[in-house]
Design a protein around this ligand. Structure first.
Ligand SMILES: [Zn+2]
Length: 442
């Protein structure tokens, strides 16, 4: 491949990153952040322009050929456009992190609530622990001095995200899609924790990961893939893949790749479950494919040893064991169910205006991917079709994938209504003027 052609491909990738962030609302205009992509082979860095370099009406007009290109020390490789003023920060992160090939600097809304208080993200949800995301906050005022850049590199450490006082946040990943997912993910964690803190006491968890049930198993990637390919088996695998894609498409997977689904063939007893997103090497859950699905039964037999399942697969199995009527399960880290998960509370249905009584029960906390969490969740679903999972997310069950998905949709709305009903009916009323005074004095 000619060098110029390769440069163009990386420029296109950086422009795609900017376009995606603009579409998703993370980059309202070119002053609100900068992104870069690195070619690990040449070490070239492809970075946003200094704002105002081009007369753009909006960021969707940014094209690959506009992107500035420099070598690893910042010397220009192309000369027609001017790189962002924050180039030195990007270069320093790349020097410290050979695993990183994309850096996104933006001013995201929910993260800034923490960064402006100079606070790290507390551990409240197991999704933070699972990925050991220890998100710290850089407390110095921003500048491009050596001291400041060193503090950013040090606080970022080997993590995927770091908060920056008065300067937004950095999200880093091995590629553009990972860095965008991480940004969306940490924003959703910050948002869930903030919403929850407004109606109750947050339940903190420590950052020790439980012993994953998956850890004992060896998955053999060299096995013959051509089994479990009877027509109905293919249909079941495709149905789980469709459910997994729906998690993302319907917005129940704020990070892009959290949550999982399964279906059971009530005739054969075979259970088909989502693959682990890392193992599938997905961009996000929209990439889920049938052949990657994991096949098991209520005795946890492994039928497809090449396929690594989601770490939550024992939970699916435990629920099927307790509920012989259930043919599909959907587990989400959905926005509003997670708010109640952060405070470990049952969701009262009498206040949501649907003439219902009772609650959406909240299952007891246990570490993700353990038999303990599997049993706690299955227990909560003995008498209900939906439940919250403390410090984690939610689960809905049904006879079919669509029935379970409908229940997830209902549950998310019920949680949102309950949340606002609680907030609107008194609670602590924020006073805008007092809040502004307090915040500006800090
Ligand atoms: Zn989960």
């Amino acid at each position: 491949m000619s060098n110029n052609y390769k440069i163009k491909l990386f420029q296109d990738e950086a422009a795609r990153c900017i376009n995606e962030l603009y579409k998703k609302g993370y980059l309202p205009n070119e002053k609100m952040g900068d992104v870069s992509v690195r070619d690990p082979e040449s070490g070239y860095v492809f970075i946003s322009l200094k704002p105002g370099t081009l007369p753009l009406r909006e960021l969707s007009e940014y094209h690959g050929s506009d992107i500035a290109v420099v070598d690893k020390d910042g010397n220009p490789v192309t000369h027609h456009t001017i790189p962002s003023d924050n180039l030195a920060l990007h270069l320093a992160v790349y020097k410290a992190r050979p695993d990183v090939n994309c850096i996104i600097h933006t001013y995201p809304i929910w993260s800034s609530l923490f960064s402006e208080r100079k606070e790290a993200l507390p551990y409240v949800l197991v999704e933070q622990v699972e990925a050991s995301t220890n998100v710290k906050c850089v407390e110095s005022a921003p500048s491009m001095t050596k001291e400041y850049i060193n503090e950013v590199v040090e606080k970022l450490g080997d993590q995927i995200y770091v908060l920056l006082y008065h300067f937004g946040s950095l999200s880093v990943g091995a590629n553009v899609d990972h860095a965008i997912n991480y940004l969306a993910w940490m924003e959703s964690v910050a948002r869930k924790i903030t919403h929850a803190s407004m109606i109750g006491e947050l339940k903190y968890i420590n950052n020790t990961v439980g012993q994953l049930v998956t850890e004992g198993f060896e998955y053999n990637t060299g096995t013959n893939y051509n089994v479990f390919n009877d027509y109905d088996q293919i249909l079941f695998k495709e149905e789980v893949a469709r459910g997994t894609r729906l998690l993302n498409l319907r917005g129940y997977s704020p990070s892009g790749e959290s949550g999982d689904t399964s279906v059971r063939d009530l005739k054969t007893g075979l259970i088909y479950i989502s693959g682990s997103p890392t193992w599938c090497f997905q961009r996000d859950l929209r990439d889920a494919r049938g052949w990657e699905r994991f096949v098991t039964d209520i005795n946890e037999t492994i039928y497809v040893p090449w396929s690594e399942p989601t770490c939550e697969w024992p939970m699916h199995v435990a629920i099927y064991r307790k509920r012989p009527d259930v043919g599909a399960i959907v587990h989400t880290h959905g926005e509003w169910a997670s708010v109640f998960a952060c405070i470990g509370m049952d969701v009262p249905l009498s206040i949501i205006g649907e003439g219902l009584t009772g609650v959406i029960p909240c299952a007891k906390f246990a570490n993700a991917g353990t038999h303990e969490v599997a049993n706690n969740t299955a227990e909560a679903l003995v008498a209900a079709d939906c439940c919250i999972m403390s410090n984690h997310g939610a689960v809905a069950v049904g006879r079919t994938m669509d029935e379970a998905m409908d229940k997830v949709a209902w549950m998310e709305q019920a949680c949102q209504k309950a949340y606002y009903a609680i907030l609107a009916s008194g609670g602590v009323k924020a006073d805008a003027r007092k809040a502004i005074q307090k915040l500006s004095a800090e």
